[in-house]
Design a protein around this ligand. Structure first.
Ligand code: ADP
Ligand code: MG
Length: 455
């Protein structure tokens, strides 16, 4: 048996004795990092999990390891480590949602996707309106009252985890009471389906599928950037629906003009209806969201706890939900009521300071690459192509700005460049940022991406 197989078998053993929630909370993203001379090092995703495994699960892990390997285990160490490969097969997403009925706490809600591709949990009823999203919310409401007539298309943009998909799907769920010609898709899905249809000679079916709806919802249109065939097809789909007064709603992580490598004719279509943004929620909104979601899970938090969490979770609502999941799982496990003290401890590895430490220069390069639809290899390559140079400089700028990494180290990370090159790139972006609003916006979107990706 290799390390992976041993660990899968151990997890299988451990899982039997634990509730699903506990199992997922403590064993997700764990793996055997090394196994030599009866000494095992187990990789864990956070200090928090490490502490728990050491204190609460030492015996059972040791016993299972010995049982599975038939060897005596002398030492077990835990180490915070991220494994970029496949997650534990036993704890994959599809299994995670199969939570037993008797369990009250559900860290991951079972999504019920209906025939339009919509998740039934995204409703207006459970969407909390605050300053940062009230315009977007009002625009969606207007669309519902008058589909195809008022804001067509409606284009909603904003950072990760701020409720764009929720709003988009809420429009679909609401209108599904009146029509069954609704289609929800992500732009990636649209692209894949299109490519597939062309390949298999089913282009006609594809066209008729997308062009015969009353409501077309397209999530994350920014991913159409750079995909010419898809853009062409989408342009025609768009025109046909629009001319027939069929409603189109789209989301993106940035405004139409800032989507890289997108045709001008699409930008002008996207801007021709209503463009609204969703921003980061203020403290009051975060508290209201948290309170509502906690109540749904059977918890009533003191105001002090709400204030603490809302103040410390800075970036988005998805993180807020993640924090809540942790809090609930922990107190369920311990059978204790949450206090500010316990909540502080639980969230210690989520707070901003400790998080920025866990991002590496490589993570930043990966994320910048992803943002510009490039590969990390291209970013660190020697090529002087214009479409690579700026993203490369942005990666350098962000590594310096966020991690305070030295210029020689940055140069090294960026494919062995000289430290003066790194310094020059940093200064260039820092300067340009002063005048270039679009660049500023891109930098912000990228930052949001890496803060949300760590969690
Ligand atoms: P985005 O598409 O902008 O990345 P999502 O719509 O997926 O973000 O939102 C992330 C999570 O936060 C979802 O579970 C969503 O239900 C929740 N959420 C976002 N905004 C709100 C809100 N205003 N009220 C309640 N829940 C929200
Ligand atoms: Mg989304």
């Amino acid at each position: 048996m290799d390390k992976e197989q041993i660990w899968q078998a151990v997890l299988g053993e451990i899982e039997i004795g634990l509730s699903r929630v506990n199992f997922i909370t403590w064993f997700k993203d764990t793996f055997i990092s090394s196994f030599e001379n009866n000494k095992v090092v187990i990789g864990v995703p956070s200090e928090f999990v490490k502490k728990w495994l050491e204190n609460k699960f030492y015996k059972i892990i040791k016993a299972s390891l010995e049982k599975i390997t038939g060897e005596k285990i002398n030492e077990i160490y835990y180490q915070v480590e991220f494994r970029k490969t496949e997650p534990n097969k036993n704890i994959s997403a599809s299994k995670e949602i199969k939570i037993e009925k008797e369990e009250v706490v559900r860290p991951v809600e079972a999504p019920t996707i209906n025939r339009f591709g919509l998740n039934a949990k995204y409703l207006f009823d459970n969407f909390i309106v605050g300053k940062a999203n009230e315009l977007a919310h009002a625009a969606c409401r207007a669309v519902i009252n008058n589909p195809g007539k008022v804001y067509n298309p409606l284009f909603i943009y904003g950072g990760v985890g701020l409720g764009k998909t929720h709003l988009l799907q809420a429009v679909g769920n609401e209108l599904s009471r009146f029509t069954n010609k609704i289609l929800y898709t992500t732009s990636e899905n649209f692209t894949n389906n299109y490519v597939q249809a062309v390949k298999t000679g089913q282009g006609k079916d594809f066209k008729s599928l997308y062009r015969n709806v009353d409501l077309l919802l397209v999530d994350d249109v920014q991913f159409m950037g750079g995909k010419d065939g898809t853009q062409e097809e989408f342009f025609h789909t768009f025109n046909e629906l629009h001319q027939g007064n069929k409603q189109i709603v789209m989301t993106s992580d940035r405004p139409p003009k800032s989507i890289p490598a997108i045709e001008n004719r699409l930008i002008s279509r996207f801007e021709s209806g209503m463009v609204v943004d969703v921003g980061k929620p203020d403290i009051e909104t975060k508290m209201a969201i948290l309170e509502k979601k906690a109540v749904e899970r059977g918890y009533l938090f003191d105001r002090e706890i709400l204030v603490y969490v809302a103040n410390n979770i800075q970036n988005n609502i998805r993180e807020l939900e993640g924090a809540l999941n942790k809090i609930v799982a922990y107190h369920e496990f311990n059978n204790a009521a949450p206090s500010v003290k316990s909540v502080k401890e639980i969230l210690s590895d989520l707070t901003l300071e400790s998080r920025s430490k866990s991002i590496s220069p490589k993570d930043i390069i990966d994320i910048v690459a992803k943002f510009y639809n490039l590969s990390s290899k291209e970013i660190v390559s020697n090529s002087r192509k214009k479409e690579l140079v700026t993203p490369r400089q942005i990666a350098i700028y962000l590594i310096r700005e966020e991690l305070n990494t030295s210029y020689p180290t940055i140069g090294n990370e960026l494919g062995g460049r000289d430290h003066t090159t790194a310094m020059h790139a940093y200064n260039k972006i820092a300067e340009e940022k002063q005048e270039n609003e679009r660049l500023n916006q891109e930098l912000n979107s990228i930052k949001q991406l890496f803060y949300s990706s760590i969690y």
